[in-house]
Design a binder for this molecule. Sequence first.
Ligand SMILES: C[S@@+](CC[C@H](N)C(=O)[O-])C[C@H]1O[C@@H](n2cnc3c(N)ncnc32)[C@H](O)[C@@H]1O
Length: 188
Amino acid sequence: MLSRIKEYALKHNVPIITDAGLLFLKEAISTYQIKDVLEIGTAIGYSALAMASYGCKVDTFERDEDMIIDAMKHFDMFDEQKQITLFPFDALTYNQDLRTYDLIFIDAAKAQYKNFFEKYNKYLREDGIVICDNLSFHNLTPDMVNRHTRQLLRKIDTFKNFLTMHSDFNTTFFDVGDGMSISQRKMK
Ligand SMILES: C[S@@+](CC[C@H](N)C(=O)[O-])C[C@H]1O[C@@H](n2cnc3c(N)ncnc32)[C@H](O)[C@@H]1O
């Protein structure tokens, strides 16, 4: 059934997690015994439904109205909808408190990853992890792209440096899907 949502995404050019990326996420959910997930970037609900099908409770942010409508339509098709709460808001300006999570999955506007990480890591449990997707950006290099995309590539690089240098987190980068990372809080 989830494959129907993947087909819908392909048909309507909605960017969703790659098959390899989803497998990576599934393995991380099992390895780290993840139960509660905060996702930033629902799109049409594909990864949220997948994580719910792996047994997680998922709170997920989406700011785009059309995506919100499609995601709600898709959630309604699955029993797993019980495990999912859609926050139809911009995650950058949302100002209510949240519960705490074992996993924060960042898969939204690339230029804002550092802001998402800084704003939401306080909702991570002591032994929780942050996973980011799209860190390789289709393996593009600055010489292949226009000025706007070059700026975005620079921002992604800056974010990767920020993660590498972060005093509270250990980050590993993985050449899987569109480039993923796992950041785990350092033991005190
Ligand atoms: C790559 S798609 C998410 C794909 C989805 N995680 C999946 O794999 O099925 C990114 C989504 O993030 C949303 N987004 C971007 N910035 C956001 C923000 N500040 N707050 C909430 N949603 C945001 C976009 O509207 C877009 O639908």
